[in-house]
Design a protein around this ligand. Structure first.
Ligand SMILES: Nc1ncnc2c1ncn2[C@@H]1O[C@H](COP(=O)(O)OP(=O)(O)OP(=O)(O)O)[C@@H](O)[C@H]1O
Length: 313
């Protein structure tokens, strides 16, 4: 039995149309499925929790239909990962999860691949402990500038407009330019295994990347791999706004690492500490970091319907 959790509001409403097309294929192929539509933030988490607790003991094929935010919400509702085979039909603005794992984005190809999977994968997830809540993430968890972009993207009119023009991928780039002017760098300490602490005095942002890209294809951690049991820690420190605006476009090609002030290293776990309240995110879902967040990699946590000939970043 397939359980589909659909965010009809993803890509400013395009998710609904994609689902209608997908449903026609399911009917044609006589597939046994149930569909649940989300109506508000965290609804997908509630639905996934309800499905996975109700089907206790059974193996469940759970398919998220939406953007990276919907993937994140569904993952955070799963009560027992060992019973879930996860599938994904991307209908978001940025679709970094699909991009990084080489999953099909064309609706027909993606649905047929879900129904007749020929390849499966087992991927790592990140786990972020904010103190008052724990959040899994599939792509990245960041604090500072990139999270401020996510906060704004959730309510952005620019996102709606660009999605209508089929230019949703540019949303994050546009909002990023605005936030570049507004964001204030501050000290952030990154503590990795063994208590190794490093303080970045003027950090614009600090991210733990499970996958290489966020923000619609920005390859911030070009060598991140969701199969290596590690997170790539990405920091931008002491780089002025002018150079950040030059650096960000080069990140689409993963060439930004040549800029001084860009730091990348790997860890199984890390803690980010900041004296001031910072915007934070997991897979684009926005929160606030009050003081510290502890982040770890959960190796091979998620069984995933993959795709043949995957072209991964
Ligand atoms: N019915 C709905 N209408 C509008 N928004 C919804 C609805 N259901 C859920 N949401 C919220 O929409 C937000 C964004 O969803 P999602 O990530 O799926 O799409 P997106 O923003 O278009 O894609 P991406 O994250 O790839 O940019 C999430 O925070 C989610 O909680």
């Amino acid at each position: 039995m397939y359980y589909f959790i659909v965010n009809p509001g993803s890509r400013s409403g395009a998710g609904k149309n994609v689902w209608q097309k997908a449903e026609q294929i399911l009917e044609q192929e006589n597939v046994e499925y149930r569909v649940y539509f989300t109506g508000y933030r965290y609804h997908a988490t509630r639905i996934a929790r309800e499905i996975t607790s109700r089907t206790d003991g059974e193996r469940v094929i759970l398919v998220a239909v939406g953007g990276d935010g919907t993937v994140n919400e569904v993952l955070n509702g799963i009560t027992d990962f060992s019973r879930v085979l996860f599938g994904y039909l991307p209908t978001g603005s940025s679709n970094d999860f699909a991009r990084c794992l080489g999953l099909p984005t064309d609706t027909e190809t993606a649905v047929r691949n879900l129904l007749h999977p020929s390849r499966f994968d087992r991927i790592d997830l990140g786990l972020a402990d904010f103190g008052d809540r724990k959040q899994y993430f599939a792509v990245s968890c960041g604090c500072g500038f990139d999270a401020a972009v996510c906060h704004e993207a959730l309510s952005s009119r620019m996102k709606k407009l660009l999605n209508r023009l089929h230019l949703g991928k540019l949303t994050y780039a546009g909002i990023a330019l605005k936030q570049l002017v507004l964001s204030r760098p501050g000290p952030v300490t990154v503590i990795t295994e063994g208590g190794r602490a490093r303080t970045f005095s003027r950090a614009y942002f600090v991210s733990a990347m499970n996958c290489p890209c966020e923000g619609g294809g920005l390859r911030l951690a070009p060598r991140a791999d969701a199969h290596d049991g590690l997170l790539d820690i990405f920091v931008v420190n002491r780089l002025n706004r002018f150079f950040i605006s030059l650096m960000l476009p080069t990140a689409y090609a993963g060439l930004h690492t040549i800029f001084p002030g860009v730091h990348l290293y790997r860890a199984r776990a890390a803690e980010f500490k900041s004296a001031s309240r910072l915007p934070a995110h997991t897979d684009g879902e926005a929160y606030f970091l009050e003081n510290a967040v502890k982040i770890s990699c959960v190796p091979r946590a998620l069984a995933l319907i993959s795709a043949p000939d995957t072209h991964k970043f």
